[in-house]
Structure formats: structure tokens, C-alpha cells
Design a protein around this ligand. Sequence first.
Ligand code: PDD
Length: 281
Amino acid sequence: MSRIAYVNGAYVPLRSASISIQDRGFQFADSIYEVWAIRDGRMFDTDGHMTRLQRSLAELRITPPMNEATLMVVMRETMRRNRVTDGIVYVQVSRGAANRDHVFPAANTKPTLIVTAKNLDRAAISKRAASGIKVISASETRWQRRDIKSVNLLPNVLARQAAKERGAFEAWFVDENNLVTEGTSSSAWIVDADGVLRTRELSFDILHGITRGAVLKLAQERQMKVEERPFTMEEAKRAREAFITAASNAATAVVEIDGVAVGDGKPGPVTEALRAAYLGA
Ligand code: PDD
């Protein structure tokens, strides 16, 4: 157990070490980490792990909280304060704490940096290596369970930021079959060229939107032609209407997709009717 942690500039006892509940690592998994092995006080693959840390930061466009040399000093000091000679040193950097919003926070938001170090049971590790281990098979679900409203939202954050940088509000994810799954934080709908209201069927592929369910019911009650069936981006661009649903946005029209106007480029009647019905207007 690490007894002293480095947190954003201070060495603090682990039991009182804390970060904000608004930290993006906590809220969006918008965060990276590295782990180095230490044996007889020697750090293994020092440069390899540091290079990967820098790469992970660069890939996510998180500003390095300090330069490599200073980080190494902090890591060594954390090891020293915890008397770690055989174990690991752990570094985690998140995009920092900010009001919850998928898009990146203001550029001056300070990344969160934590460093911990702990001894591991060297005898147990050696014993394991001597006897060998067993493995089992697991299906590769990293991350194919979008039906769970988990905070594993890093891909959503990156897509939403890309949307913002291209002057859009939302991004729609497209799967390996070229079909739209859902938005980064909303369900995706169209009124297709034949006037059929469509949204993808429930499965592991999408979050089972509560607003989606309510809007679907309203549409059925109004005898609209509804199909729970996925659509392509091409179909969406040719659709009469497109819209999103989410707790934060009710039903909101999509008037442009990848630069192409949907319908006449204005919120359409079906969207407006469903929005009004949902809001009880
Ligand atoms: N997002 N799909 C995803 C990935 C979502 O994050 C959300 C909601 C929805 C719509 O679900 P509902 O209708 O139950 O709100 C679909 C919330 C609003 C958010 O992350 O802020």
C-alpha cells in the first residue's frame, strides 16, 4: 500500500489524498496512466514507459503537467517516501477538473497529476513465475457494451470535441457496417426519404435512451410509421428530417450532416411535433 501520494504538487498521506469529483478522469475516463516496475531499487524500461506516457498524452492532447526530468524526480521522491524497492510506481494524468461537458474544457484547465508507489510481494511474484499461471478466454468487449451507461466515455469525448472543432454540436458514430449507432451523448433518428421514422433497434450497440423510448411511444400513439432499424449516413443525408434525443436536449433537429443540409435545412414538422409532445407543450 502506498502511504504517501503525490497529488497536483504536494506529497500527501494516501488517506487524505483527493481530487475533484469533477475530475474528467472520474467522469469520462479522460485520462492516461503508466506503470514502471522497480526491483532492488532499479526502475525497469524507464525510457520505454516515459515515451509511451508522452505518446498517450499527445494522442489525447492533454498538456504534460511537467517535463520528463521533473516527473522523474517526483517519481523517485514518491518511491523514496514510500520506501519502495521492489514494486511499482504509478503515474496518472487526467485532463483536469471542469464543469461536466463532453467537449474539452478551457485550455488553461490544469491537468491532474497523481503519482503513487508501492512494494509488491516479491516472493509471491517469484513463486508465480516458478509455477506458471492459468488463463481463461474472455470475449473482447473493450468497449462493445454501449448499452451500459458507464463513464467509459473517452471515445465520446474525442468525437464530441472533433464535432465542436468542425462547427457541429454532435457527432454520430458509424459502425463497421457503415450504419449509425448513436450520438456521443444522444440517440440518433431520421425520418427517411419514404417518411418512415427510424432509429436503431435496442442492442449492446447503443445506450437504451430513456428519451428515445418515450419519443418512440409518442410516435406510435400518433400512428406514425416507425421502424427500429439502423440507417447509414447516406440515408441520413437524404432523409426528410433527422434529430437527436437525450435527457439534456429532448428531441432536437439535426439540420446539417457533414456539411449537407437535411431536408430544407430547418427543423422539420415531425421533429417539432415530437418535441412538443415530449415537452408537453
Ligand atoms: N447522455 N446515447 C448516449 C451515448 C448518451 O450519453 C445519452 C445521454 C443518450 C440518450 O439517453 P437518454 O435519452 O436516456 O438521456 C444516448 C447524457 C444526456 C449525457 O451524457 O449528458
